[in-house]
Each structure stands twice: as structure tokens, then as C-alpha cells.
Design a protein around this ligand. Structure first.
Ligand code: FE2
Length: 468
């Protein structure tokens, strides 16, 4: 009966799905249910690097109860998972139950092996590594507008072969919703398919998300899948922040009210003020959201720069000196110069010999090119705030130290670097580190050379005079 009900649900038209699920749920309550095998294993961070949040899904027989266990067995030897932790589960109007377990008191610079489940239904053994204590460099990966296409699978494969400490995803995750089709609810099996596809990356590195327009489905789902399936720190599911070593990450929702005076806008202002006052401990601020404040890929599509979003929030990013803003939504790669109100604030190229030194406005990145069809609507001419743009699939990655940030866009096609830039969070005149120190040494060497030349000339002159 249980299997039959699930087959009915998948085969029948979407308009009758919820009603059928309720009927099937009622039938299966009578029959009873057992634990289901874990799948869709993924990690998230609280921001505390001695902790790790582990989540996974189980396919239950009803939307009403989750009999599967929420246990994790883990340890530093894959043959001896000698520690245990338990957590909670959550469901929405779908048969996937999401389990969430927090591991704490983890040792730094250590690989942990783990499996999830319980009651005879356990996952394979996965692993993750904790950050070393006081790391010199941390590596962040980023992707957006992913989905389940063959291009999306290629991004997943490429990211699985790369190395990160943390991955951020500013929205349009699975494309399970039915937006635009106008004929009922989306197919929540696509969420399950997606989360199984990304498991190879998400079971290894914590992933943190922003909601995109494709996270919202018709009633009764709304954003339920997004809220149920993904952990984030903080009381609000749609906007939150966390410190990750020397980066303060802020994720906001371009899909909810962001206007001045809104709850979200007030929260952002307060969060940025606090973060900006904490630069000594956490020097970088990285902002991510789905819709781009700057994009020149919108010809005739209704995409491109999200002016309303920009008008509402850009002044806060400028006022509190946000360093980097990362978006999806438009399916290409694009990087701006440091910019505010479309005024370019630095025309440095960003390459290693001409990097950005503490620019007064953020650099904005569009990277909605992880799997959905590339948009071919580049504005012509290229706006003056647009430093680089490219129509190809891939993901981005940035290495961050306390005072430097090296950002790269990696193409799916051949793994080559499509774009890169260097950003320092100090003024070139401050000379706080070796890099600037070497510049100073070069300057001093030049000065010494000039002094030497002047000295030789003076001696020559004196000798000439003596000869006269
Ligand atoms: Fe989008």
C-alpha cells in the first residue's frame, strides 16, 4: 500500500497531489512505518569552527511523521566511529524528512569520518576536515543557479575535485519549483534529486545558502522546502550572518521585503554596524544574495541590474565598507570595478601587479552560471562599471588571508581561470605586510641607487674641478 501510494503521487497530475498525499498518509498511519535509508547528506556551519552541522534526508511514507532516527556516529578513524550525537528532524508538506545533528568540541585540523541514520538504516561513511587553529588562509567556493542539468552535474564534479573550507550558494538551488509554468505545484522530487547530486560536495564542505526566486513555489509550499532542508544560524531563515574566521558573511533575501524600514533592512543595518566595529577581529565583510545589484546581462529578459534592490540596500554596503558582494540570478559571470551608485571608485585592473587596495566601495560578482542555460543578453556597450564578463559555465573560488583576497572564476570547459583579481584591505600607503614591505624595499633600493649616482656625479665633479 505504501509503495503504491507513492507511485500514485508521482504519476498523477500535480493539481491533485496534495489531496492524494493526505489520503495516502491516512492509510499508512494505520499500517505503521519503519526507518528509511539516509540520503542527501550535507553539512552547514554555525560559524564556530569546532562545530559542524550535519543534515540528511529520509524518504518517509507520509508527510505526517518521521520514524527514521537522527543519529550520527563519527570519529577520526574510519574503522572506529566511536563518538555519537543525536538531533532533530523536520518535515514540510512532502515525504522527505530532514534530520539535523550538531557536532561540537571538534579538534582543529582533523579529518572526521561519519555516518548518519540509526535503527539499522545507516548511510555510507563520509568525511570532513576541520580548519587548523588560526589558519593563515581559508578557501571559499561559490556557485549559484545550479539545478540538475548535465552542465550542473559538471559543476558538481569539478567542485568535488577541488578543495574548499566553505561553500556559499546565493540561490536558485534545485529548480524544483514551478515558477513560470503556471499549472500548479513544483515537483519536490527534484529537491531530492538535487540534494543527492550535490551530496559529493556538500557532505565534505559546509554549504550556506541564500533564497532565490526558484526557492519559492506556489501555495501551499512557498519557501517551505528551503526552510526545512537547510540549516542556517540565526532566528530568521531568510537573512542571517556568521563569522567564519576572518570573514563576516551576510546572506540576505532579495525575495522578501528589503526596503528601508523593513525588518530585513533594519537587521542588515544593525548587523553591518556591529560587523564594521569588529574589523580588528574579523577584517572582511562578504555579502551574498540572489538578485544582482549590478549585471549587464539583461537585454530584453527582465534581468540585469536589480535597481529596486540596489536602491534599497546599496548605500548600507557602501556606508559600512562591504568588501565583496556575490549574486546569482543572471546566468553568466561578471565582475564590477569597486562601485557605488554606478560610479566607478577605482579603475585598477585587479591583477597581481595592479590590485585593489582598500577600495571605498564593494566589488560585485554575478556567477549564476553553475548549470542553468547561459543567458545571451549582454548590454552593448558594456557599462563602465563592468570590469569583466563572460558567457560560460563554472563556479568561483577565493582564498582569503587576514589582509588579502584572491578571487578566481573557474570555467567548467577546461578548468581554466576565466577571471581573477587581488584585493587588499589596507591602503597601499599603510605598508603593513611583507608585500608592501617589499614595495618599500624596492623604493628604498631605488632611492639608494639615485643617492649612489648623485654621489658618483659629485665625486666626478670634484675631481674635474681639481684637474682644472
Ligand atoms: Fe533567479
Amino acid at each position: 500500500m505504501l509503495i503504491l501510494c507513492k507511485v500514485w503521487i508521482k504519476k498523477l497530475m500535480r493539481n491533485s497531489r496534495v489531496l492524494l498525499m493526505i489520503i495516502c498518509s491516512s492509510l499508512t498511519i494505520v499500517v505503521g512505518a519503519n526507518a528509511a535509508p539516509p540520503e542527501q547528506v550535507h553539512l552547514a556551519t554555525t560559524g564556530i569552527t569546532s562545530e559542524m552541522v550535519i543534515q540528511w534526508g529520509t524518504q518517509e511514507d507520509t508527510t505526517l511523521s518521521c520514524p527514521s532516527d537522527s543519529n550520527v556516529e563519527y570519529g577520526t578513524d574510519s574503522n572506529e566511529l566511536n563518538q555519537t550525537a543525536s538531533g532533530d528532524d523536520d518535515m514540510y508538506l512532502w515525504t522527505t524528512c530532514t534530520h539535523t545533528v550538531l557536532l561540537s568540541d571538534l579538534s582543529p585540523n582533523t579529518t572526521y569520518y561519519y555516518r548518519v541514520g540509526g535503527s539499522g538504516e545507516w548511510s555510507d561513511i563520509f568525511s570532513f576536515s576541520t580548519l587548523e587553529e588560526n589558519p593563515e588562509t581559508i578557501t571559499i567556493g561559490a556557485l549559484a543557479d545550479h539545478g540538475t542539468s548535465s552542465n550542473a552535474e559538471e559543476t558538481t564534479t569539478n567542485m568535488a575535485n577541488d578543495v574548499f573550507d566553505l561553500v556559499i550558494h546565493p540561490g536558485d538551488i534545485s529548480y524544483a519549483n514551478n515558477a513560470g509554468a503556471g499549472n500548479g505545484w513544483g515537483d519536490n522530487t527534484v529537491w531530492d534529486e538535487y540534494q543527492n547530486q550535490i551530496e559529493t560536495v556538500a557532505s565534505k564542505y559546509p554549504h550556506m545558502y541564500s533564497p532565490g526566486n526558484h526557492e519559492e513555489d506556489d501555495d501551499p509550499y512557498g519557501f517551505d522546502a528551503y526552510e526545512s532542508r537547510f540549516y542556517n544560524p540565526g532566528p530568521n531563515s531568510f537573512w542571517y550572518s556568521f563569522d567564519y574566521e576572518f570573514i563576516h558573511f551576510i546572506s540576505v533575501s532579495s525575495e522578501h521585503d528589503y526596503d528601508p524600514g523593513s525588518t530585513q533592512h533594519n537587521w542588515l543595518q544593525s548587523d553591518l554596524e556591529t560587523a564594521n566595529n569588529n574589523r580588528e577581529n574579523v577584517p572582511w565583510i562578504v555579502f551574498f544574495a540572489h538578485r544582482p545589484m549590478y549585471s549587464s546581462n539583461g537585454d530584453g529578459s527582465g534581468h540585469g541590474s536589480e535597481i529596486e534592490f540596489r536602491d534599497a540596500m546599496e548605500s548600507l554596503l557602501y556606508q559600512y565598507d562591504v568588501d565583496l558582494a556575490i549574486y546569482g540570478h543572471d546566468h553568466h559571470y561578471e565582475r564590477t570595478y569597486p562601485v557605488f551608485e554606478e560610479n566607478v571608485l577605482s579603475t585598477s585592473s585587479g591583477n597581481i601587479s595592479d590590485p585593489y587596495y582598500n577600495p571605498p566601495g564593494p566589488i560585485h560578482i554575478v556567477q549564476g552560471n553553475a548549470g542553468r542555460s547561459i543567458y545571451d543578453g549582454l548590454e552593448d556597450p558594456q557599462p563602465n562599471w563592468s570590469a569583466y564578463r563572460e558567457l560560460s559555465y563554472g563556479y568561483t573560488k577565493f582564498d582569503v588571508t587576514k589582509d588579502s583576497l584572491h578571487f578566481i572564476f573557474i570555467r567548467n570547459d577546461d578548468g581554466s581561470i576565466g577571471d581573477e583579481f587581488w584585493l587588499y584591505n589596507y591602503n597601499v600607503s599603510d605598508i603593513p605586510n611583507e608585500s608592501s614591505g617589499s614595495k618599500m624595499n624596492k623604493s628604498l633600493s631605488s632611492l639608494g641607487l639615485i643617492q649612489t649616482i648623485i654621489g658618483i656625479l659629485a665625486i666626478t665633479l670634484v675631481k674635474s674641478k681639481k684637474r682644472i
